[in-house]
Design a protein around this ligand. Structure first.
Ligand code: GUN
Ligand code: ZN
Length: 667
């Protein structure tokens, strides 16, 4: 019932399918009060709502009506409706008059689209024993509910809520156990108190540990989250749905929601946005108004702001600028900035879900950007790369760096690595034994051959560097230099990083960076597909065709047979048939997705690959990567563009996983 359409970090634009219509995610489900509702949320962009089945059940009149005319008519909403089970009442009042089984039966009977079992929302910071005890009951009830829904062929879909309080291991355990049940959606529960206390840093832990162990093929819902200030951050962590009564509760307290926080009407001198309400009324108009009318208008503003933020988030995911938005939003409150900084601890996990290339450029917005997935990925790649004997570190001028550097370098200093300090080893630099890299923030070192590749070229940072970024870059360089025999550093770099050196470099000949297209192509291939890919791809009589307009490499041939093309926007290599065949010769599962032999002919015919037929997959695959499609004997059948990453490919049982470019017909 869930499909991914676009991705950025762990955030996804998805499609959630229900019998009352499909909904785009990320989305917000406004809470509808089954008796008191006065605002028609559909008019403000709500595609799906949530209401409380327990409140309906407890009210004799409402319960009768719901069973009679159905939930959709009762609350006058013809789109999908989710219902909660009374767990929240349980957490507030300590008790509810309904059993798990009864609430499941009742939700189906009134025609809910998505129902919820009676989980126990364990408060944050309780004793471990208490959290464990509650969790046991939550898991038993989730199991009972799934059994009941499946045994009775219920039409409604089922939520299984992740609990575990503020204990990462319990969150992980709960998510792992619930995944085995194969529920339809996975809410993350008991986070409301964390949000009320502004403990966003602990919210990051609760969400990240839950999401890590949940299936990627199901929608995740952050229960009770309704402040637009935190939507972008939570989406980047993998949340697809939010629900909240915040829009109305805040309105009742004369408070306006904005993406920068909350504003009280009494402090308002200007209306905070350009929604219909803010354009039509002044703060004085509202203050003079009777309460009921005023609450309705503020609630309308609150809904407008929330849905506008979700549109912005979906747009950001589609263009690949979600983290720029998150970094902007998290500057609205110091506790949110803490959360963003803490999210950096999860960079390795987030990197696995982040596409390697995006439509929009990478913007450095502050030291938090140093922990972005793109930076982590590049530094990991640098550390894995084969290294030559010497390293030359050059300053960054304009991008692409190699275009604005002179080819010949005269002045250098010999960098004093710890073990070489004081030694007077001869420093003989041979060009063919030398890695040439530019030093820049935030990607630290950029091999000149890779200077057009996304995001190394498609990125920007302020020219006035902050100390944290300078220290970060220096620390990386110092560690990295250990891999080399000699390290020569340009005086400008030395100055910028305040590095120690032994002596000026002197040699009778200048050092030259020789631009070599084949060397460059091989370096890009190795970076993109793994070590050895360059040698495998570019053999024979290599011919390179360049763009007349930009001078950039476009097509690469062996004699007259196309091997790969270079995409202008990000300089990644796009396979053609010969390239795919050559790349397939690399050992093991590298760049490969194995599909069931029963669908071999579809792939050979060039048809797209559906996730349910995937048997195995290289764990380095990210969405949008070029991938090879092989059968169970590892024979190459076709190649194309991955729509999902490795984990998602193995997880999804529906929908497309690879958009096939071409197949190899059986002769
Ligand atoms: N609403 C807010 N938090 C929760 C939760 O943990 N469980 C349920 N069922 N509903 C919630
Ligand atoms: Zn407004």
């Amino acid at each position: 019932m869930f499909e991914i359409k676009a991705k950025d970090m762990r955030g996804r634009v998805g499609l959630l399918k229900t019998k009352h219509g499909d909904i785009k995610t990320p989305n917000l489900m406004p809470v509808i009060h089954p008796r008191k509702q006065t605002i028609n949320v559909k008019d403000y962009g709500a595609d799906i709502v949530i209401t409380n089945a327990y409140l309906i059940y407890k009210d004799e009149d409402l319960s009768k009506k719901a069973l009679d005319i159905g939930l959709h008519e009762l609350i006058n909403f013809d789109g999908p409706i989710m219902t909660d089970s009374g767990s929240f009442q349980l957490s507030v009042y300590g008790d509810v008059d309904i059993t798990n089984k009864e609430v499941i039966e009742f939700q189906e009977a009134i025609g809910t689209d998505i129902g919820t079992s009676l989980d126990i929302p364990t408060a944050p910071y309780v004793d471990y024993e208490k959290a464990e005890e509650d969790l046991k009951i939550t898991l038993e009830r989730a199991k009972e509910a799934i059994g009941f829904v499946r045994d009775n062929n219920y039409e409604m879909k089922l939520n299984s809520v992740v609990q575990g309080s503020t204990f990462p291991d319990l969150r992980e355990y709960c998510a792992t156990e619930l995944t085995k049940l194969d529920a339809d959606l996975y809410p993350i529960g008991a986070v409301v108190p964390l949000m009320e206390m502004y403990h966003y840093r602990d919210l990051v832990d609760a969400v990240m540990h839950s999401v890590k162990c949940l299936p990627d093929s199901k929608a995740r819902h952050l229960m009770g989250a309704g402040h637009p200030m935190i939507f972008a951050l939570c989406v980047a962590m993998g949340c697809d749905l939010f629900d909240s009564a915040a829009y109305i509760l805040y309105a009742e307290g004369d408070r306006f929601l904005t993406t920068r926080g909350t504003i009280k009407l009494e402090n308002l001198t200007e209306m905070p946005c350009s929604c219909e309400v803010c354009c039509k009324y002044t703060p004085d108009d509202l203050r003079a108004m009777e309460k009921e009318k005023r609450v309705k208008l503020i609630a309308e503003h609150n809904l407008h702001v929330s849905f506008a933020e979700l549109r912005l988030i979906r747009q950001a995911i589609s263009e690949g600028s979600l983290m720029e938005l998150v970094e902007e939003r998290c500057r609205a409150h110091p506790m949110l900035l803490d959360a963003l900084r803490h999210l950096g601890e999860y960079s390795d996990d987030l990197e696995k879900f982040d596409p390697r290339s995006k439509k929009s450029a990478f913007f450095y917005t502050g030291p938090e950007s140093l922990r972005r997935a793109e930076v982590t990925r590049h530094l990991n790649k640098l550390n894995e790369m084969d290294k030559k004997k010497n390293l030359i570190v050059l300053p960054a001028y304009r991008k692409p760096y190699s275009k604005y550097l002179s080819n010949s370098f005269k002045e250098f200093f010999v960098y004093a690595k710890d073990e070489s300090k004081g030694e007077d080893e001869p420093c003989i630099i041979e060009n063919h034994e030398t890695d040439f890299m530019v030093l820049d923030i935030p990607f630290c070192l950029i091999p000149l051959e890779l200077d057009e590749l996304y995001p190394l070229s498609q990125s920007d940072a302020p020219k006035i560097h902050d100390k944290i970024a300078v220290d970060f870059t220096r620390d990386f360089l110092v560690d990295f230099a250990e891999n080399y025999g000699n390290v020569l550093i340009d005086p400008k770099v030395l100055d910028e990083l305040e590095l120690d050196y032994i002596e000026p470099y002197s040699n009778s000949e200048d050092i030259k960076f020789e631009k070599d297209d084949i060397k460059k192509l091989k370096a890009i291939a190795d970076y993109q597909f793994g070590e050895g890919a360059g040698e495998a791809l570019f053999t024979g009589e290599i011919k390179i065709e360049k763009s007349k307009k930009t001078g950039k490499i476009r097509h690469i041939y062996d004699k007259n047979q196309n091997i790969v093309n270079m995409r202008a926007s990000d300089s990644f290599l796009i396979l053609s048939k010969l390239g795919a065949k050559r790349l397939a010769s690399l050992d093991g599962m590298r760049n490969k997705v194995m599909i069931d032999n029963s669908v071999e002919s579809f792939a050979r015919d060039g048809k797209s690959v559906f996730a349910k037929f995937i048997k195995d997959c290289d764990e380095n695959i990210r969405s949008n990567d070029e991938v090879l499609i092989v059968n169970e004997e590892c024979e190459l059948l076709a190649f194309g563009k991955a729509l999902l990453n490795h984990k998602e490919m193995l997880d999804f049982k529906t929908g497309q996983a690879i958009k096939t470019r071409k197949g190899f017909k059986k002769k």
